[in-house]
Ligand binder design. Sequence first.
Ligand code: FES
Ligand SMILES: [Fe+2]
Length: 373
Amino acid sequence: MSESEFPAGQRGAFDADARRSPTLPSRYYHDPEIHRRELRAVFHRSWCYVGPASRLAEPGDYRVEKIADQCILLVRDEDSRIRAFFNVCQHRGHELLSGSGNRKKRIVCPYHAWTYGLDGRLLQAPHTDRVHRFDAADFALKPVRLANCAGLLFANLDDNADDFEQEYPGLEQILRDCLPGLEGFSTVFECDYDIAANWKIVVDNFSEGYHIPVAHRKLSQVLDSGAGNRASVERRYAFFESRSKQGYEGFEVEPGLPYRSWTLWPNTCMLSLPGCANLIVIRMAENGPDRCAEHVDLLADSDGMTGVLEAIRDLFTEQFNAEDIALVESVHRGLKSLGYDQGRYVVDESESWYSESGLHRFHRQLLQALEDS
Ligand code: FES
Ligand SMILES: [Fe+2]
């Protein structure tokens, strides 16, 4: 897409240069037609986080996940390989499984008992020996591409998409360097939020630190946003590291420890707070133009909760995320106001913690995806 083709709003066209650009016109956050296009252009074609591999520890363990309007089934097969399929029976389209659990060797459709192996092959289909030229090989489950990045699983519904490693070069190494043994981290806490805001507003909010000193008083006591920053910005993800301050009563930490965050196209954000080996993975799933289904996994190098992990969980759920949800729901209402259409990106050249350049990058990719679809 050339710059002249970027969509215009009241304050002009979105510009490929963040320093000159007005923000995304507000209709992008509530127009149902744009939302429908996003399903195809973004969610049906991008690598989306679907959980840690450690949740599927044993052969037969499965978990059903959603990528936008599509339901997929993750299962560890008898050879201990994790596979992904569309969660739909190839007979008449009944959904196969829900939730999570273990299926020993077989997945049986509850409608007419077509039976699949954990590798997706159709093993049994009652009475089909009487069906003209019926070949079970034609009715295997439809596979979905899966990537395992240091123990984090990402699925892509598009057979033609570039490989995960091409799209997110170096991400696996950064994760391994920052969090040794991440593949073995267990899920010590998970939760879901139903947020009254377009999914992009929630991603926008995670893309910038400009609001942190204003809106997150407790987090600001832990985080030294000016010290020891390092950043790595790639096309599909960005990584930032800053340092901890002393903390506060109930969450005292050593000063100078790393505080890390990652934003991944299109809808995943990850945080690693000081205090212990942990990773908070946040997925902002679309749920129509006006709602976001946010899922949070707290992964840690621990079999269960510890005092530090409880402090991290509480800082995230009771402070940080609660404050963010109030912000994004207000922005969602505000973006429908007749008194607003576009603002400006507050950016600096150094990609500092405060710069909104990550926000601009996200919008640029979104517009590119919509154009390419
Ligand atoms: S729809 Fe699954 S067996 Fe008929
Ligand atoms: Fe925030």
